[in-house]
Design a protein around this ligand. Structure first.
Ligand SMILES: [Zn+2]
Ligand SMILES: [Zn+2]
Length: 316
């Protein structure tokens, strides 16, 4: 390898899958004093393993990432992007990769690596030092966690207000985030900022609240209306006269209802008192149960004021 790296790598490439790249790694390690031709050939072989032979071996990926980081940083970000966003997808060891990129000072790569490991706040903090657009894209990564997204967008807004002192851009951040409101970022502004600069944002926010309150009010009125309707219906039912035919039968036992004390429901269902109690008791607990037992003993059962759920007259 050291003598004729090009020819050696040609030979390896020719072998396709017959040699295991990870077992070859010791012979691919660059000596302390290497020349660029040697390094280029090692990278060529590793790229062949990963991009042509589709190797998923962590050691192979780690080594290529290390060589990219130290010798070909321009290839690093593309490689990381192609590896995906999920810690489950990437073939390299994310913690090793982070150490390598931190030592080499590749901030953008570190941002990605933080994000892959779910360290979203670290990702945004670091991105804000180099590239605000990168920070914005990182702030949208934890899609399933809205409160985390909001926290990240607040970091960006705070940075724009306090570091860049740019109120216009702060307003843009508000709109882009779709999550933070003017009142969330007001505390970041210095006292001397005049209100003129946020007049529009404050007005929009107030209108938003106004609309929301209006909606709530309408909902409340609707709820009050339907409560009133239900109350009227119940009191109407209380006084509804019934014509009961002699052959009406108990829904439970099929014996004519008139044979014993019975209940007549507004939906034209009839139950003997004892039949109904037998049906209902197993579903009751605590005070409701003792109340029914009480009524049963005293046999003074008032007419029911509500229709049991799901009770409809069979079509027969
Ligand atoms: Zn019965
Ligand atoms: Zn019924």
């Amino acid at each position: 390898m050291r003598g004729v790296p090009g020819a050696f790598v040609d030979l390896l490439v020719h072998q396709q899958n017959r040699v295991s790249p990870s077992r070859l790694l010791p012979s691919l390690l660059l000596p302390e004093a290497f020349n660029m031709e040697h390094a280029r050939e090692v990278v060529r072989y590793l790229e062949h393993c990963i991009f042509v032979l589709d190797s998923h071996e962590t050691a192979v990926h780690n080594y290529l990432l290390y060589l990219y980081s130290s010798l070909y940083p321009e290839k690093l970000l593309t490689y990381l992007e192609n590896q995906g966003d999920s810690i489950l997808e990437v073939n390299f060891d994310p913690r090793y990769a982070l150490t390598v990129c931190q030592e080499a000072g590749h901030d953008q790569a570190c941002v990605r690596l933080y994000s892959i490991q779910g360290l979203h706040e670290e990702a945004v903090d670091l991105a804000l030092k180099t590239d605000i657009d990168l920070a914005k894209s990182m702030a949208n990564k934890p899609k399933e966690n809205e409160s985390m997204c909001k926290k990240l967008w607040l970091k960006i807004a705070k940075h724009v207000v306090q570091e860049e002192k740019d109120i216009g851009r702060a307003m843009e951040v508000l709109q882009e985030s779709g999550l933070i409101k003017i009142e969330d970022i007001l505390p970041f502004f210095p006292d001397f900022v005049t209100i003129d600069q946020f007049k529009d944002a404050i007005c929009a926010s107030l209108e938003d609240y106004n609309r929301h309150m209006h909606e709530l009010q309408e909902e409340m009125e609707e709820a009050t209306g339907s409560t009133e309707r239900i109350r009227k219906e119940i009191s109407k039912l209380k006084n509804k006269p019934f014509v009961i035919k002699g052959n009406e039968k108990c829904e439970n036992c099929g014996v004519p209802a008139m044979m014993r004390a019975f209940y007549a429901f507004p939906c034209s269902h009839f139950f003997h008192q004892d039949c109904l109690v037998d049906q209902v008791l197993p579903h009751l607990h605590g005070p409701s149960k003792s109340k029914v037992e009480d009524l049963q003993v005293n046999s003074i059962v008032p007419f029911p004021t509500s229709v049991p759920d799901g009770c409809t007259k069979p079509s027969s």
